[in-house]
Design a protein around this ligand. Sequence first.
Ligand code: COA
Length: 411
Amino acid sequence: MAWTRRCPSAPTDAERTRAETEPPPPEERATRQGLVRLLPRRQGNGGKRIPPDLGDTGVPWENHADGAGPAFGAGAVRIEPADDAMFQEHDAWCYDPPYDFYDSDGLPVKNPERFFAARDDDGTLVGFYFFELHDDALFYGFGLRPDLTGRGLGERFVLAGLEFARPIYGRRRVTLHVAAFNERVIRLYQRLGFTETGRHTETFDGYGAVEFIDMEKPAEHRRRPAGQRSVTVTWRRLDEPDFALLRGWLEQPHVARWWNHETTSEAVHRDFGPAARGEEPSEDFLALLDDRPVGLVQRCRLADYPEYRDDLAPIVDVPAGAMSIDYLIGEPAQTGHGLGTRMIASMVARTWSDHPEATCVVVPVVAANRVSWRALEKAGLRRVGQGPITPDNPADDPLHYVYRVDRPSTS
Ligand SMILES: CC(C)(COP(=O)(O)OP(=O)(O)OC[C@H]1O[C@@H](n2cnc3c(N)ncnc32)[C@H](O)[C@@H]1OP(=O)(O)O)[C@@H](O)C(=O)NCCC(=O)NCCS
């Protein structure tokens, strides 16, 4: 939650639905394609894009139309929410035996919002992806256009889907089901690090009993990205010339998902200008690695923002001298490598010297933002309470966790 930013809108129906949608029970994920059972999908959405179902860690949809999408084949593929046109195209696909088992039965799918179309530069459908969150795992499925199969493209296609999913669903265990007869794709999965975790059998009209192998790939280890050499975070105050950079960061889906900040130039000047000019008591800092801006931390004295403090007061004790921070890492590639944890720890440490009157740092985080509150925990804050606070993104449940760290007795 933030004290200076403005939420642009009330939740849309789609956002409410998304926030309320529970993943279906596992048995609904039965699959003929080793993917998902094609069950009745909503009809007649007029070919409109369906917002992806992002479950409890979702971020808004990112369109890779700028070519910045994952590389697949010769060029970049664009991965975008499936629309009716995609399903119609997919219905016409015919695989050679024995893979005709994967031909569409023409029935509408049940969860179209969990499908994504992969298109090449000129918009031609090359395949589709399916993602579904199930507890700590991401259930993964895909289909490559029949004429593209058998050409050694599968590995890149599978990896492109996983790469696409990572910033959206996080670094999770990935699970899938594959028909046991499909040895060529099983070998591919094994090369990519999937191992068998079980088997089950399902019965299909016209096919009888088909055995499936359940496979799983552990969550990936995080490596520091190229270019993130320095481990020391330094800081400088955010200034107006930084606003274009900041706007770009606020537009990044992984940030927009939680900050939900307006990103027009006017809005950024309106919300960050006063602090940059010293007209507002809060402080905005750029986090630098090797002098390169990588993130933002906002800091304020809670006493300067009584409404914000009053939101917290029913949930936790807010001592005099309490301060708060909010933060983001600008580039998705820089997340998940411990940088956020270091930024938070560094900002907390300098708060004791910057603000001799500060007694503690208190930070509320929407409960669904696990990455954020884990970063707080790893930076030394402890959870001191939880309760409802209006979320920055109206799609979220109001439940917030509140974290706190007290001034060390020696500082
Ligand atoms: C929140 C944020 C600053 C955290 O920084 P970070 O560098 O990505 O996080 P860290 O690498 O320090 O990791 C913190 C924890 O989150 C986990 N984590 C990080 N990225 C993850 C991902 N993509 N999926 C799942 N867990 C992830 C880490 O594994 C670690 O937890 P663990 O010890 O249980 O494994 C950063 O992700 C970000 O800018 N997010 C968008 C903006 C935002 O959410 N701001 C906070 C608003 S309250």
